[in-house]
Structure formats: C-alpha cells, structure tokens
Design a protein around this ligand. Sequence first.
Ligand code: DC
Length: 227
Amino acid sequence: MSKIVVAIDGPAASGKSTAAKELAALLGYTYLDTGAMYRAITFLAQRSSFADDESKVIKLTQNLDLSLRFENGVTRVFANGEEVTDFIRTPEVSNKVSEISRIAEVRIELVRLQRNLAKKGSIVAEGRDITTVVFPNADVKIYMTASVETRVERRYKEFIEKGVDVTMDEVSKLVRKRDQIDSGREVSPLMKAEDAVELDTTCLTVEQELNKIVELIKSVEQNSRPK
Ligand code: DC
C-alpha cells in the first residue's frame, strides 16, 4: 500500500502524542500534532490580548501562515515565520486552548491545513476530531483513553520536568476542565468514532501501545493486498 493514514483521537494526556511520535519514527511516516496548531492560535491571540474576542481570533487564523516541522522528537511550530514552539505548552495556553478550539471558523481553517499536509505521504495524525472529521476514511482509527488519575499524573510529571511551577491539584482541575469542554462542545466534539479501535493505555507501556497499533496497521496492509 503506498499511502497510509493513521488517525488517533483521545483526551489530554491519554498517550496519543508519545505513541504517534514513536510510530511515525518507526515507520517513517509524517507526524501531525494537530493540538499544536490550536495551541499556536491560542498563544498568538493571548499575546495580542484578544483571546476573548472571537472575531479577532478568526481573522488571525484566516490570515496566518502556520507550519509545523517535526525534528528530533519535537514538533516545531512557526507562525508567519516566527518560531513559537517554546510558548505553546504553558499552563496559560493549556488553560485557554479548549475555548479557542470551540470556534467553528478556526476549526475549518485548521482542518483544511491538516488535510493538505496529509497529501504528501503516509501520516500519523493525532488530536480530538481526527477519526471523526479530519480523516474519517483513515486506514487505521484509534481512540486512546486512560483513567483520569493516570492522565493527571502524566501531565503533572511533564510540567515538572519542564520546570513549570504547578500543583497536582491545579493539573487535575485543568485536565478535567479540558475534558469537559473538548467532549461537550458543539462543533466536532471529542468522541469515539464507531469504527475506531479503543486503546486503554492506563496499564500499558509505550512499547505495548506501539505493538498494538503496528498490529492494526499490518492487518490493514494485509487486507488491502491484491489476492
Ligand atoms: O493535544 P493537545 O493537548 O495539545 O490539544 C490542545 C487542545 O486543542 C485540546 O484541548 C483541544 C484542541 N484540539 C482540538 O480541538 N482538535 C484537535 N484535533 C486537536 C486539539
């Protein structure tokens, strides 16, 4: 099979990014972190102090030249040529990004961009609406979950490793609030697509997760071979 699309959705810190990155490296696919795009818009809107003004956020998105470069395990994000990679994963951005992601016009622009990026070759894309809206015909569709306690612990560890000053309680509130907004919004809410395979990563190592996904890809490849 010449071109494969692997689509992964799931709530914050369910293990999507780690699995998607490793998988892309293993198979030589392009890795597409769609959350980074919503984060970049959020950061730029906050920096210009108009994150609460929907029409300005929409205009920003429609006029933005957003590009991603995956290098050495990191998604580098460029907005109109300026690198914003280091600014998009702060608690401030994390706290606001779900609200920005509710805006339909923002989603339309970003979905268009995401589909364009997939034209070049095989891709592993992760986010909240990848299996349902962006690539509903993806070859492999995965809905990744983990218990909320596990996800909070993972996110807390990530913040601490980056030197961010947060408490477990703050992270718990943040993750739960984002879950609620991402799954409850009107436009493209996070949900399991009917034909997605659910993967609960609560008790899985990254290696076990990868093995399961690679198995799924192999079975798709086998089924698509001419008999
Ligand atoms: O995966 P992440 O935590 O970096 O995503 C940040 C936010 O972006 C998430 O809370 C909701 C939004 N998002 C979205 O609405 N649709 C996507 N495909 C990806 C992310």
